[in-house]
Design a protein around this ligand. Structure first.
Ligand SMILES: O=C(O)C(=O)CO
Length: 257
Protein backbone atom coordinates (compact mmCIF):
# COMPACT_ATOMS: atom_id res chain seq x y z
CA UNK A 1 0.00 0.00 0.00
CA UNK A 2 1.49 3.31 -1.05
CA UNK A 3 -1.39 5.66 -0.30
CA UNK A 4 -2.09 7.32 3.04
CA UNK A 5 -5.22 6.72 5.13
CA UNK A 6 -7.25 9.44 6.81
CA UNK A 7 -10.43 9.34 8.87
CA UNK A 8 -13.08 11.92 9.62
CA UNK A 9 -13.10 13.28 13.16
CA UNK A 10 -16.66 14.55 12.63
CA UNK A 11 -18.08 11.04 12.24
CA UNK A 12 -16.10 8.74 14.54
CA UNK A 13 -15.67 8.53 18.34
CA UNK A 14 -18.63 10.87 18.60
CA UNK A 15 -18.92 10.36 22.36
CA UNK A 16 -15.74 12.44 22.82
CA UNK A 17 -14.93 16.13 22.35
CA UNK A 18 -13.44 16.98 18.96
CA UNK A 19 -9.87 17.41 20.26
CA UNK A 20 -9.99 13.91 21.77
CA UNK A 21 -11.41 12.49 18.53
CA UNK A 22 -8.55 14.03 16.56
CA UNK A 23 -6.05 12.64 19.07
CA UNK A 24 -7.65 9.17 18.93
CA UNK A 25 -7.38 9.01 15.13
CA UNK A 26 -3.82 10.32 15.19
CA UNK A 27 -2.80 7.75 17.81
CA UNK A 28 -4.19 5.02 15.56
CA UNK A 29 -2.04 6.20 12.67
CA UNK A 30 -4.63 8.06 10.57
CA UNK A 31 -4.47 11.52 9.09
CA UNK A 32 -7.49 13.51 10.17
CA UNK A 33 -10.30 15.27 8.31
CA UNK A 34 -12.34 17.99 9.99
CA UNK A 35 -15.24 20.00 8.61
CA UNK A 36 -16.22 23.50 9.69
CA UNK A 37 -13.23 25.04 11.46
CA UNK A 38 -15.10 28.07 12.80
CA UNK A 39 -15.89 27.76 16.49
CA UNK A 40 -13.20 25.12 16.94
CA UNK A 41 -10.21 25.67 19.19
CA UNK A 42 -7.59 25.63 16.44
CA UNK A 43 -4.52 25.96 18.72
CA UNK A 44 -5.78 22.99 20.78
CA UNK A 45 -6.31 20.96 17.60
CA UNK A 46 -2.84 21.92 16.35
CA UNK A 47 -1.34 20.93 19.71
CA UNK A 48 -2.49 17.32 19.18
CA UNK A 49 0.31 17.05 16.61
CA UNK A 50 -2.09 15.26 14.24
CA UNK A 51 -1.57 15.41 10.48
CA UNK A 52 -4.69 16.95 8.99
CA UNK A 53 -5.77 15.81 5.53
CA UNK A 54 -8.60 18.21 4.72
CA UNK A 55 -11.12 20.66 6.15
CA UNK A 56 -13.99 22.80 4.95
CA UNK A 57 -12.71 25.58 2.73
CA UNK A 58 -15.45 28.16 3.02
CA UNK A 59 -18.29 29.22 5.23
CA UNK A 60 -20.64 31.13 2.94
CA UNK A 61 -21.06 32.04 -0.67
CA UNK A 62 -21.45 30.35 -4.01
CA UNK A 63 -19.60 29.95 -7.27
CA UNK A 64 -22.04 31.77 -9.45
CA UNK A 65 -23.89 34.81 -8.11
CA UNK A 66 -21.97 38.07 -7.84
CA UNK A 67 -22.56 38.45 -4.11
CA UNK A 68 -21.99 34.76 -3.50
CA UNK A 69 -18.70 34.83 -5.35
CA UNK A 70 -17.45 37.74 -3.22
CA UNK A 71 -18.56 36.01 -0.01
CA UNK A 72 -17.02 32.73 -1.05
CA UNK A 73 -13.66 34.30 -1.81
CA UNK A 74 -13.70 36.29 1.46
CA UNK A 75 -14.50 33.27 3.59
CA UNK A 76 -12.08 31.13 1.60
CA UNK A 77 -9.34 33.56 2.65
CA UNK A 78 -10.39 33.04 6.29
CA UNK A 79 -10.32 29.30 5.73
CA UNK A 80 -6.82 29.48 4.30
CA UNK A 81 -5.70 31.34 7.43
CA UNK A 82 -7.28 28.62 9.59
CA UNK A 83 -5.67 25.95 7.43
CA UNK A 84 -2.30 27.49 8.13
CA UNK A 85 -2.77 27.07 11.89
CA UNK A 86 -3.44 23.35 11.41
CA UNK A 87 -1.24 22.97 8.32
CA UNK A 88 -4.14 21.43 6.40
CA UNK A 89 -3.11 20.92 2.76
CA UNK A 90 -6.56 20.57 1.14
CA UNK A 91 -9.70 22.63 1.63
CA UNK A 92 -13.03 21.26 0.62
CA UNK A 93 -15.69 23.20 -1.27
CA UNK A 94 -18.41 20.57 -0.88
CA UNK A 95 -21.84 21.91 -1.50
CA UNK A 96 -20.48 25.12 -2.96
CA UNK A 97 -23.08 26.76 -5.11
CA UNK A 98 -25.76 26.64 -2.48
CA UNK A 99 -25.67 30.33 -1.79
CA UNK A 100 -27.80 32.03 0.84
CA UNK A 101 -30.52 32.71 -1.71
CA UNK A 102 -30.33 29.35 -3.43
CA UNK A 103 -28.99 28.95 -6.91
CA UNK A 104 -30.03 30.04 -10.37
CA UNK A 105 -30.09 26.41 -11.53
CA UNK A 106 -32.71 23.82 -10.75
CA UNK A 107 -31.68 20.37 -9.53
CA UNK A 108 -30.88 17.98 -12.31
CA UNK A 109 -30.36 20.72 -14.87
CA UNK A 110 -27.00 21.35 -16.42
CA UNK A 111 -25.41 24.63 -15.51
CA UNK A 112 -25.95 27.07 -18.36
CA UNK A 113 -23.13 28.80 -20.23
CA UNK A 114 -22.94 32.06 -18.25
CA UNK A 115 -23.16 30.32 -14.89
CA UNK A 116 -20.57 27.82 -15.97
CA UNK A 117 -18.14 30.57 -16.99
CA UNK A 118 -18.64 32.42 -13.71
CA UNK A 119 -18.13 29.21 -11.71
CA UNK A 120 -14.89 28.53 -13.59
CA UNK A 121 -13.76 32.11 -12.97
CA UNK A 122 -14.45 31.79 -9.22
CA UNK A 123 -12.54 28.53 -9.08
CA UNK A 124 -9.53 30.01 -10.87
CA UNK A 125 -9.45 32.88 -8.38
CA UNK A 126 -9.69 30.41 -5.51
CA UNK A 127 -6.95 28.32 -7.11
CA UNK A 128 -4.64 31.35 -7.22
CA UNK A 129 -5.31 32.05 -3.53
CA UNK A 130 -4.67 28.42 -2.65
CA UNK A 131 -1.38 28.23 -4.51
CA UNK A 132 -0.18 31.47 -2.88
CA UNK A 133 -0.88 29.81 0.47
CA UNK A 134 0.70 26.49 -0.57
CA UNK A 135 -2.65 24.66 -0.44
CA UNK A 136 -5.32 23.24 -2.73
CA UNK A 137 -9.06 23.75 -2.91
CA UNK A 138 -11.09 20.68 -3.75
CA UNK A 139 -14.57 20.52 -5.18
CA UNK A 140 -16.41 17.48 -3.93
CA UNK A 141 -19.09 15.47 -5.68
CA UNK A 142 -22.15 14.84 -3.51
CA UNK A 143 -25.30 12.80 -3.90
CA UNK A 144 -28.71 14.37 -4.31
CA UNK A 145 -30.77 11.28 -3.62
CA UNK A 146 -30.02 10.85 0.08
CA UNK A 147 -27.83 13.52 1.65
CA UNK A 148 -27.86 16.70 -0.42
CA UNK A 149 -31.04 17.25 -2.43
CA UNK A 150 -30.74 20.15 -4.84
CA UNK A 151 -26.98 20.58 -4.74
CA UNK A 152 -25.56 21.82 -8.05
CA UNK A 153 -22.38 20.32 -9.50
CA UNK A 154 -23.31 17.28 -7.43
CA UNK A 155 -22.48 14.56 -9.93
CA UNK A 156 -18.86 13.50 -10.03
CA UNK A 157 -19.02 13.58 -13.84
CA UNK A 158 -20.10 17.26 -13.87
CA UNK A 159 -17.69 18.22 -11.11
CA UNK A 160 -14.90 16.55 -13.04
CA UNK A 161 -15.86 18.36 -16.22
CA UNK A 162 -15.78 21.70 -14.43
CA UNK A 163 -12.45 21.01 -12.75
CA UNK A 164 -10.80 19.81 -15.94
CA UNK A 165 -12.14 22.90 -17.78
CA UNK A 166 -10.73 25.14 -15.03
CA UNK A 167 -7.44 23.23 -15.27
CA UNK A 168 -5.78 25.01 -12.33
CA UNK A 169 -3.22 23.24 -10.10
CA UNK A 170 -4.82 24.88 -7.04
CA UNK A 171 -8.21 23.25 -7.76
CA UNK A 172 -8.71 19.51 -7.56
CA UNK A 173 -11.47 16.95 -7.16
CA UNK A 174 -12.33 15.42 -3.84
CA UNK A 175 -13.75 12.22 -5.29
CA UNK A 176 -16.19 10.85 -2.75
CA UNK A 177 -16.99 7.29 -3.77
CA UNK A 178 -19.88 6.97 -1.31
CA UNK A 179 -21.67 9.87 -2.97
CA UNK A 180 -20.69 8.68 -6.46
CA UNK A 181 -22.07 5.20 -5.86
CA UNK A 182 -25.47 6.62 -4.91
CA UNK A 183 -25.55 9.12 -7.76
CA UNK A 184 -23.75 7.41 -10.59
CA UNK A 185 -22.18 4.01 -9.87
CA UNK A 186 -19.61 2.63 -12.34
CA UNK A 187 -16.93 3.47 -9.78
CA UNK A 188 -13.90 1.78 -11.34
CA UNK A 189 -14.38 3.63 -14.60
CA UNK A 190 -14.93 6.89 -12.69
CA UNK A 191 -11.71 6.35 -10.75
CA UNK A 192 -9.81 5.82 -14.02
CA UNK A 193 -11.21 8.97 -15.60
CA UNK A 194 -10.86 11.16 -12.52
CA UNK A 195 -7.40 10.22 -11.30
CA UNK A 196 -5.43 13.00 -13.04
CA UNK A 197 -7.65 15.57 -11.27
CA UNK A 198 -8.00 13.95 -7.85
CA UNK A 199 -6.84 15.80 -4.73
CA UNK A 200 -7.97 12.95 -2.49
CA UNK A 201 -10.53 10.17 -2.28
CA UNK A 202 -13.18 9.86 0.38
CA UNK A 203 -15.00 6.63 0.99
CA UNK A 204 -17.78 4.92 2.93
CA UNK A 205 -20.11 2.09 2.07
CA UNK A 206 -23.65 2.30 0.67
CA UNK A 207 -26.21 2.25 2.17
CA UNK A 208 -25.64 3.67 5.66
CA UNK A 209 -22.37 5.55 5.08
CA UNK A 210 -20.34 3.26 7.31
CA UNK A 211 -16.99 1.47 7.00
CA UNK A 212 -16.11 -0.79 4.02
CA UNK A 213 -17.75 -4.20 4.14
CA UNK A 214 -21.08 -2.97 5.47
CA UNK A 215 -22.71 -2.44 2.08
CA UNK A 216 -22.53 -2.91 -1.66
CA UNK A 217 -19.18 -1.36 -2.70
CA UNK A 218 -16.25 -3.70 -3.31
CA UNK A 219 -13.56 -1.49 -1.83
CA UNK A 220 -10.76 -4.07 -2.18
CA UNK A 221 -11.31 -3.89 -5.97
CA UNK A 222 -11.04 -0.10 -5.80
CA UNK A 223 -7.89 -0.38 -3.67
CA UNK A 224 -6.39 -2.74 -6.27
CA UNK A 225 -7.20 -0.28 -9.08
CA UNK A 226 -5.59 2.59 -7.15
CA UNK A 227 -2.51 0.49 -6.47
CA UNK A 228 -2.31 -0.42 -10.17
CA UNK A 229 -2.40 3.29 -11.02
CA UNK A 230 0.33 3.95 -8.46
CA UNK A 231 -1.87 6.37 -6.50
CA UNK A 232 0.08 7.71 -3.52
CA UNK A 233 -2.36 10.28 -2.14
CA UNK A 234 -4.90 10.21 0.67
CA UNK A 235 -7.93 7.96 1.02
CA UNK A 236 -10.22 9.19 3.77
CA UNK A 237 -12.90 7.26 5.60
CA UNK A 238 -15.67 9.85 5.72
CA UNK A 239 -18.15 7.53 7.31
CA UNK A 240 -19.70 6.39 10.56
CA UNK A 241 -18.85 3.25 12.47
CA UNK A 242 -21.60 0.64 12.10
CA UNK A 243 -20.71 -0.45 15.66
CA UNK A 244 -17.39 -0.23 17.43
CA UNK A 245 -15.20 2.55 15.91
CA UNK A 246 -12.05 0.47 16.47
CA UNK A 247 -13.49 -2.30 14.30
CA UNK A 248 -14.65 0.22 11.71
CA UNK A 249 -11.12 1.63 11.42
CA UNK A 250 -9.71 -1.88 11.20
CA UNK A 251 -12.15 -2.79 8.40
CA UNK A 252 -11.09 0.38 6.58
CA UNK A 253 -7.42 -0.53 6.96
CA UNK A 254 -8.04 -4.07 5.75
CA UNK A 255 -10.03 -2.96 2.69
CA UNK A 256 -7.11 -0.77 1.64
CA UNK A 257 -4.30 -3.03 2.83
O1 LIG B 1 -21.37 16.71 3.61
C1 LIG B 1 -21.05 15.64 3.07
O2 LIG B 1 -21.88 14.75 2.84
C2 LIG B 1 -19.68 15.44 2.71
O3 LIG B 1 -19.36 14.48 2.05
C3 LIG B 1 -18.69 16.44 3.18
O4 LIG B 1 -17.40 16.17 2.78
Amino acid sequence: MSYRLAACAEMLFLDRPIVDRVRALDERGFEVEIWDWSGKDLPALAATGATFSSMTGYLRGDLITERGQAELIATARDSLAAAEVLDVPRLNLHGTGLGPDGLPVTPGERVSGGDWIRAADTLRRLGDLALDAGRTFMLENLNRAVDHPGTPFARAADTLELISAVDHPGVRLNLDLYHAQIGEGNLLSLVDRALPWVGEFQIADVPGRCEPGTGEIRYPAIAAALARHGYTGVIGLEGFASGDPEQALEAFREAFA
